[in-house]
Design a protein around this ligand. Structure first.
Ligand code: M6R
Length: 610
């Protein structure tokens, strides 16, 4: 949610900030703004719409100054318009702030400020914070002190960057609940919501910790807690390359990321799978190995697509390791006072590693004594740092708002985790080897499916005008059906539901008529006959059936209107392969409907507010 870029150095800041904002636009894209300090004054340009709308409206080369901040917004308080766009200033117009997060007690603070005669130009909680800092500055005459005092009173989450004409050679950044990183250059510093905005300038970064702030000047930086205790910062290297966050000739990031999956999937098991021994080496779990061996229960918590991966994980871990698994929406888990003991292992799955609800869920689990493991994609993210141990997904940066390659990498890691635990708890080496061998073939299978993208495109063309879709699957492919439906609704705005196929007759069957496309995931497993019966039930009511079936299935054409083929694999690996045509189907339908695939309406990539 919301992208922040700040710069202090010797270069003109405006073009550099705008370039950074474009790389962060996947975090929020309903309005954008920049603020520059120059010649003792402050200049702000902001606009509803995308960063390119701001660029069209303002000649960035005319914005001078070597200190500045920029912001791309995902609205929480107040509609996306020019006034609500960031940066916001205090009453005097000398202090500017950009903010990511939510100030929960903003109404209380606003009331105090209104009573004291202050006025507001926007409906945002962020402006309240800017005005509050300004009010405190009037008495304290020290910007750092004013920011610190304001933040001590604030409830909620924030990543903020503040600049002011009172001290034009300084940037103040602070975080609680919203990520911020510092880019360490040569005589220049950047501050941003994530590494994508920084990598073109430096690979050296410092991840700000919770309740930490940074004071940046051209000749150095200082970190301390918001309570003013000096902290020790560790400079780390960004773990990805610039090309990985560019489109590389693809029309959309989403398509690029779908096509990256043969590689990203392999990266997820490279150096981990020990095929001959039928086991897996997960270095990041070495410190919790004994806990895993004795765990009485595993709870997996996540949101959105990661939650769908967690559901597949439940089936996998219970099947291979015979440990009871519960899957919880992080947003529910965190508030329902869950019963957790020190015998439990809690796994948090997250692409971004910053999802507010997932983060809160692991904090709750840790508080209650559970061992907490992260399965996270973004290296150095908050969840990765706050868990006791973890396994990185190694999917590389995922920019498209609709998660694709991260999902298959989550399944890759979960399969290995289930194998790892299974081998500790009685799974035979022979069975382990069979699974490992097949897992190694998956990248090649994904490539084969991608070569058949035109088949999916043709179906997308035929059904792009549908108003509703149903996705049905059983066993391992019930979560894959949920994920297929989520992908379609996110980017095409078609209403889509996922169900376990047998649940259809308990309600959704009422929806079926000749206008209802129904996507069935029908691998040739032990319940194949059951799913064929479900297909027949849909056909008997004139529903249109699109089946995902394997290459060796010679019967499916008798019952389905359309068939999308995938290579035959082990049942436990079928959701991985089924996901690829489902991702392509959502993508091509969204393109047919003229939707903005990479930046679907109302969504943001990283949900750092609850
Ligand atoms: O970064 P996370 O995996 O924690 O994000 C969770 C969800 O917000 C995310 O999966 C969301 O549902 C995506 N838009 C799905 O495509």
């Amino acid at each position: 949610m919301c992208g922040i870029v700040g710069y202090i150095g010797t270069k003109q800041a405006a073009p550099l900030i705008v370039q950074g904002l474009k790389r962060l636009e996947y975090r929020g894209y309903d309005s954008a703004g920049v603020c520059l300090l120059a010649d003792g004054g402050i200049r702000i340009e902001k606009k509803a719409g995308r960063v390119m709308d701001l660029e069209r409206a303002v000649d960035m080369d005319q914005l001078h100054g070597t200190v500045g901040v920029g912001h791309t917004r995902w609205a929480t308080h107040g509609v996306p318009n020019d006034a609500n766009a960031h940066p916001h200033t205090d009453q005097s117009g000398t202090i500017a702030l950009v903010h990511n997060g939510i100030i929960e007690n903003y109404l209380t603070i606003k009331k105090k400020l209104l009573n004291a005669g202050y006025t507001f130009r926007s409906d945002t909680d962020s402006e309240v914070l800017a005005v509050f800092i300004g009010m405190l500055y009037e008495t304290l005459q020290d910007l750092e002190q004013a920011v610190r005092t304001a933040l001590a009173e604030v409830e909620g989450t924030f990543g903020i960057v503040v600049i002011s004409t009172h001290d034009p050679d300084m940037i103040i950044a602070a975080r609680r609940g919203s990520p911020l990183i510092l880019g360490i250059g040569n005589g220049e510093y950047l501050v941003a919501s994530d590494a994508a905005a920084v990598i073109a300038h430096t690979r050296q970064v410092v991840y700000l910790n919770e309740n930490e702030m940074a004071i940046l000047r051209r000749d150095g930086f200082q970190t301390k807690t918001i309570a003013n205790i000096d902290t020790h910062s560790v400079v780390e290297e960004i773990a990805f390359e610039l090309e990985q966050i560019e489109k590389g000739g693809f029309e959309h990031f989403m398509l690029k990321e779908i096509y990256e999956q043969p590689i990203t999937f392999r990266d997820g098991f490279r150096g981990r799978l020990q095929t001959e021994e039928g086991t897996v080496k997960l270095g990041g779990l070495a410190t919790v190995r004994e806990k895993l061996q004795s765990a009485k229960r595993i709870i997996i918590t996540a949101c959105g697509t990661s939650w769908h991966a967690a559901l597949v994980g439940e089936y996998l871990i219970e099947a291979l390791a015979r440990v009871p698994v519960e899957v919880e929406y992080a947003s529910e888990f965190r508030y329902r006072n869950p019963i957790i003991s020190s015998d439990d292992v809690v796994i948090a799955i997250s692409q971004s590693g910053e999802t507010a609800d997932t983060l809160a869920a692991i904090r709750e689990a840790k508080l209650k004594g559970a061992t907490v493991i992260g399965m996270v994609n973004v290296v150095g993210s908050t969840i990765a740092r706050e868990t006791d141990a973890g396994v990185y997904l190694h999917a590389g940066p995922e920019i498209g708002v609709a998660s694709t390659k991260a999902f298959t990498s989550q399944l890759c890691v979960l399969t290995q985790f289930a194998l790892y635990m299974g081998r500790m708890r009685g799974l035979s080496a022979e069975e382990g080897k069979r699974i490992a061998q097949e897992l190694e073939r998956i990248p090649e299978y994904i490539s084969m499916i991608l070569e058949r993208a035109d088949d999916v495109k043709a179906i997308a063309h035929a059904y792009a005008h549908a108003s509703n879709f149903l996705y049905l699957g059983r066993g391992y492919n019930f979560p894959a059906a949920l994920e297929g439906a989520l992908k379609l609704k996110e980017i095409s705005y078609i209403h889509a539901e996922g169900y376990p196929a047998a649940e259809m007759k308990h309600g959704p069957i009422a929806l079926i008529d000749e206008n209802m496309p129904v996507v069935f995931i029908a691998p040739h497993d032990e319940i194949y006959d059951k799913i064929v019966s479900n297909i027949e039930e849909v056909r008997a009511r004139n529903g249109r059936v699109i089946a995902i079936a394997d290459d060796e299935d010679t019967y499916i054409e008798n019952v389905a209107n359309h068939v999308l083929r995938v290579p035959r694999t082990l049942p436990i690996l079928t959701p991985i392969l089924a996901s690829i045509p489902l991702q392509l189907l959502a993508y091509y339908i969204a393109v047919e409907r003229g939707c903005n695939v990479d930046m679907p309406r109302n969504l943001a990539k990283s949900v750092t507010v609850e």
